[in-house]
Design a protein around this ligand. Structure first.
Ligand code: WT7
Length: 652
């Protein structure tokens, strides 16, 4: 380990495994060799605007062509200025007079086992009808529509219908509270609410409409509410405000030409809480976002017409927006959409779905993968997964041992894994191993996509030495980038563009190794400082997860008189009960794997880790617990309050 230098983070990880793309995969891939990738990346780096211009003209339908590629007034970007297009048109209408018109766009599976298929033509028809419903309710261009519903096809229809008429959707994940909905509705001045009577989750009904009723009592700008009948639950309908989806659709015309929208017309707002502060409404716009999600879907997932593509995210998150809806549909792909929980009726449900629909591309989150590992391989083995050809991960770093399990047990050692690094703010994937081109190293998101030029810098904005960790920045604008925080330009400038002026600060730390591979080291705020050495949480966690009895781990710092910070780790176990012997064994294990410096002072066993609703470990909360602070901060995004309670009990 090297000496700590100002602003640099030490790495303690020694991952040397390398997995080249399988030759048969590479031979058929859109980008099929390291050379091909490098050529494309170099071309994009040499003239970024020309690179995007060519793709924009070829890949999007333009009602009116743009006359300027980029208007960059840092940090405010306008892409494809002067052009007029429509995202819903690019996802639907473009496929209509082609052989794709009767191809399945969405293969939908409800949690109770019901299913629906929507072809491109059918989806187009439903979207046109619902767009007319929206118009009939007084929704026009620029109006914000708040959507709070489960993972039903109508969620996709609602989003695409907004896009069709130039309304701005704000999808709120179906697990949020009425307070959270009201906050978001008020911040965005939402005009219309869309919801469902209820949603299915682990066999129970989630009372969506009831939650919306409480939210609407505090959302003065929302005038009307459309309610989908999903479970048949009894709900309260307010005369003059609430309307049933099917009643409105019965009356609606299927004729609704797509509005000719400005390239920079807002497409959606998506609120992200991060782990601190008030939720921010990340703003994405029309043409740049559309192009970026379309191209990245094709490059990263190597999408072909015959693929059956399944991204398990919820449309309530950016992953669902970009890689269930807009990216894949722009490519005319067939998308699987599943309503419910991975462990209903039992822990084999995902694998049954893979077998049933013969899924070829499967994209999920590391937190889910660690849950599968904990549940045991027997649930996986029950199903035939031989249709799979490509796997992906998103949302946090994947611990190398979890990566290996995914590779062997799900991928049968034949499927490349794309570890995709990106953010709500970036709109689409920024770094990932292109599956036919870039050899993978477990735990690394490898290289930037064409047009993306990252750097790793210290606090003064100077590049750190090769192999050292620092702040990850993106040095050029890209079409999928956020265009701002809704109603808060100052926060946008301050948070993302002020630390290293003119460069996008993503808030993560990373290091770049000698092969030019990037390793994400966690959020800037999560760095541990032990005896003057700055260590990343993910490396310590990965060392713990490599122990046979550890399912999940979270590492945080707690104040220490001598070392500055001591390491406290929270661990969930598989197959065994907690014991003092195991506690010592885990400390020794980390010491052996990465060195004495990283040995935890505290090891705490817990039944589960507190996570945000999108599955990220709430390290800030754990830090407070580890240091014995009474205050636990804002826990409204906690998935399971009982976890906090049980950790607190352990402490006493
Ligand atoms: C943050 C963004 C990207 C869509 C879902 C999450 C972490 C995401 C990775 C990855 C390491 C990752 C980062 C990032 N993250 N993907 N492959 N490796 N970390 O979107 O909620 O906006 O979160 O998730 O910390 O900044 P988000």
């Amino acid at each position: 380990m090297s000496d700590a230098q100002a602003g640099q983070i030490d790495t303690v990880m020694h991952e040397e495994r390398l997995f080249p793309p399988p030759p048969e995969f590479a031979a058929a891939a859109h980008i099929g060799s390291l050379d091909a990738y490098q050529r494309l990346w170099d071309e994009a780096a040499a003239d970024t605007e020309a690179f995007w211009e060519k793709l924009a003209r070829e890949e999007l339908h333009w009602f009116q062509p743009f006359d300027q590629v980029l208007d960059w007034n840092p940090p405010f970007a306008k892409w494809f200025v002067g052009g007029k297009t429509n995202v819903s048109y690019n996802c639907l209408d473009v496929h209509l007079d082609t052989p794709r018109q009767n191809k399945a766009a969405i293969l939908w599976e409800g949690e109770p086992g019901d299913q629906r298929t929507l072809t491109y033509q059918e989806l187009h028809r439903e979207v046109c009808k619902f767009a007319n419903v929206l118009k009939g309710l007084g929704v026009g261009q620029g109006d914000v529509v708040s959507i709070y519903m489960g993972m039903t096809p109508e969620l996709a229809i609602a989003c695409l219908a907004c896009a069709r008429i130039g309304a701005v959707h704000s999808v709120i994940f179906g697990g949020f509270s009425s307070e959270a909905i009201a906050d978001r509705n008020n911040d965005a001045s939402a005009k219309l609410q869309i919801t469902a009577d209820a949603g299915w989750r682990r066999g129970a009904e989630l009372p969506l409409k009831e939650t919306v009723d409480a939210a609407l009592a505090k959302s003065p700008t929302v005038e009307k509410c459309v309610v989908l009948r999903r479970t048949g639950a009894e709900v309260n309908m307010v005369e003059g405000r609430d309307f049933w989806w099917d009643d409105l659709m019965d009356e609606a015309s299927a004729d609704c030409p797509a509005a000719e929208l400005d390239s920079e017309a807002p497409l959606f707002i998506l609120y992200t809480s991060g782990s601190t502060g008030k939720p921010k409404g990340i703003k994405h716009t029309t043409a740049g976002y559309n192009l970026y999600t379309k191209m990245t879907s094709r490059w990263v997932f190597d999408l072909k017409d015959e693929d059956i593509y399944w991204c398990t995210a919820d449309v309530g998150w950016i992953t669902g927006h970009s890689y269930i809806l807009y990216g894949p549909l722009s490519n005319g792909a067939t998308v699987v959409m599943y309503e419910g929980a991975p462990n209903w009726p039992d822990e084999g449900r995902f694998w049954e779905i893979v077998e049933k629909y013969r899924v070829t591309i499967f994209y999920t989150a590391p937190t889910a993968i660690r849950a599968f590992i904990k549940w045991g391989d027997e649930f996986v083995r029950r199903s035939d997964l031989s249709s799979l050809r490509l796997l992906g991960t998103v949302g946090e770093g994947i611990n190398p041992e979890a990566w290996m399990w995914y590779h062997k047990t799900i991928g049968g050692e034949r499927c490349p894994i794309v570890d995709t690094w990106w953010q709500t703010e970036t709109g689409g994937i920024m770094m990932t191993p292109l599956p036919g081109a870039i050899p993978t190293k477990p735990g690394s998101c490898t290289k930037p996509l064409p047009g993306i030029v990252p750097a790793v810098v210290d606090e003064t904005g100077q590049p750190v030495d090769e192999g050292h960790g620092g702040m990850l920045i993106i040095t050029r604008p890209w079409p999928g980038m956020l265009r701002g925080i809704w109603g808060d330009d100052e926060r946008y400038v301050q948070q993302y563009w002020s630390t290293v002026p003119g460069n996008y600060l993503c808030g993560d730390n990373a290091r770049c190794d000698r092969d030019g591979y990037y390793w994400i080291m966690g959020r800037i705020d999560d760095v541990l400082n032990v005896s003057g050495h700055r260590l990343s949480t993910i490396e310590i966690e990965s060392a713990l997860v490599s122990h046979e009895h550890v399912a999940e781990a979270a590492a945080v710092g707690k104040p220490h008189e001598l070392k500055g910070e001591a390491i406290a780790v929270f661990v969930t176990l598989r197959d065994v009960e907690p014991s003092d012997a195991l506690r010592d064994e885990l400390k020794q294990h980390v010491r052996k794997e990465i060195g004495a410096l990283a040995q935890p002072d505290d090891v705490r066993f817990t039944g589960a880790l507190p996570k945000t609703r999108s599955g990220k470990i709430m390290r800030r909360l754990l830090r407070d617990i580890a240091s014995g602070k009474e205050e636990v901060g804002d826990t409204t995004t906690l998935e399971d309050y009982s976890v906090l309670a049980s950790l607190r009990e352990d402490e006493e």
